[in-house]
Design a binder for this molecule. Structure first.
Ligand code: PLP
Length: 427
């Protein structure tokens, strides 16, 4: 469908471009320096967890159920931390490891383990010739970088309104034994905010891959990050796998990075009992034992899943107005022009924006010129290559509301000017 600029008379379009250029000059003169690039909580949000720092002090008991947090040992993580993680992931704590402060790090370690040593008795991926991963796109750039780093071929598959294109995923994994995995952010996906439907979760769990060592990397990073009291419901992947008789097919990850402190949170991984035996053995070579003082502080502060949800409601009160501002500014600025679409997430950290074909790089560059840093165009696709150059990830949490408002004015102007110039160049 043609957008408003494409249907304008040329004289009117030229006049519009001149007006938009004047507006760009006015914004440039403000000398803004704003950042809407990365999904980081704001200072107000991290301040919510300062109380956690008082939960462990020089006088307190440093044991958890009789196990020492202040020494080596307890390789699976503290029992109370594992219980908390298991409650969040809705699985048995016997199959959960709480380890380190970064779930991405755990994902890397498991890709690395499969690559160098192989999983479940299969040849290491590095000895199997070309190895591929499916990458629902737009998706999380750091996932794609992990597999790219090992020379694994990242294969984009379309991301729809209820998850990855399952017809395509089923067709590919059933026919190609070199496909070893798929990256999934099943709830409030990065960047679309989509939560996988029950049908998509069931179809993923029921996949019949040609590769015996195929794994779903189920990164449930935003499982508790609802913006509204009524959050999206995600089907329990462990139940779906059990129903399909495929207990070993997924590694499930989570962390408190955006619950307490990014990079000082508590990360966890869960899978079947058989997989976790192998993961434990691999991790035992990589580390003596996890950092448990932080685990102790976390469980004393958050207590249980209900405690986490109560804490997340405080985050939501800070974050929700930012997401609503994005929706309002984009609707007011771009509604009716038919030159863009964007997502309307009910949780998570991002809004995914699509402009006209061939516009994203130019919009990001123009916004940067006008003082607003956005996530690089293409970042949401494997190898940074968005085939239609349309997608931009908007990360509204970090700036203050005033800063975000100013940044969105620049963004809207950049979208209009680039769209208008593109329409002019088509004549
Ligand atoms: N997974 C997703 C989907 C993310 O968006 C992020 C951070 O933005 C992470 C993982 C990083 O988590 P962690 O800090 O636990 O490594």
């Amino acid at each position: 469908m043609a957008n408003a600029y494409q249907t304008m008379e040329t004289a009117e379009l030229d006049a519009q471009i001149a007006l938009l250029e004047q507006e760009a000059e006015r914004l440039r003169a403000q000398g803004l320096s704003l950042d809407m690039a990365r999904g980081k909580p704001s200072q107000e949000q991290t301040d919510l967890s300062r109380g956690m720092l008082d939960c462990v002090d020089a006088t307190c008991d440093l044991t958890d159920e009789g196990l020492a947090a202040d020494n080596y040992g307890v390789p699976d993580g503290l029992p109370s931390a594992r219980r908390l993680a298991a409650e969040l992931l809705q699985t048995d704590s016997a199959n959960v490891l709480v380890i380190g402060s970064s779930s991405l790090n755990l994902m890397y370690d498991l890709v690395c383990h499969a690559y160098t040593h192989g999983i479940a008795g299969n040849e290491p991926w590095c000895h199997q010739g070309e190895v591929k991963f499916l990458c629902p796109s737009p998706g999380y750039d750091r996932h794609f970088r992990v597999t790219e780093h090992f020379g694994i071929t990242n294969v984009p598959v379309a991301m729809g309104v209820d998850g990855p294109d399952m017809d395509e995923v089923e067709r590919l994994v059933a026919s190609d034994a070199s496909i070893k995995g798929i990256w999934c952010v099943p709830k409030y996906a990065n960047p679309t905010g989509v939560t996988y439907s029950d049908d998509v979760v069931r179809r993923l769990a029921a996949l019949e891959p040609a590769a015996p060592d195929f794994r779903i990397f189920w990164d449930n990073a935003y499982m508790v990050h609802d913006l509204y009291d009524e959050g999206d419901e995600l089907l329990n992947i462990f139940d779906a796998l059990a129903e399909a008789g495929h207990d070993d097919m997924a590694y499930v990850f989570g962390s408190t990075a955006k619950v307490t402190f990014p990079s000082s949170g508590m990360a966890f991984v869960a899978s079947s009992a058989a997989n976790m035996r192998e993961v434990r053995d691999a991790f035992a070579v990589m580390r003596v034992s996890p950092e448990k003082i932080s685990q102790l502080a976390h469980v004393r502060f958050l207590k249980d899943a209900a405690g986490v949800r109560a804490h997340m409601r405080k985050h939501a009160a800070i974050v929700r107005p930012r997401f609503e501002l994005v929706e309002q500014k984009l609707t007011d600025g771009l509604g009716g022009l038919d030159c863009a679409t964007w997502t309307h997430p009910r949780g998570g950290y991002f809004v995914s924006f699509d402009g006209p074909e061939g516009s994203a790089k130019a919009i990001v560059a123009l916004a940067a010129e006008l003082g607003v840093k956005l996530t690089g165009a293409g970042a949401t696709w494997p190898y940074g290559k968005d085939p239609k150059d349309t997608n931009i990830r908007i990360a509204p949490t970090y700036p203050s509301l005033d800063e975000l408002s100013a940044a969105l004015d620049v963004f809207v102007l950049a979208v209009k000017l680039v769209s208008a110039r593109l329409a002019r160049s088509e004549r």
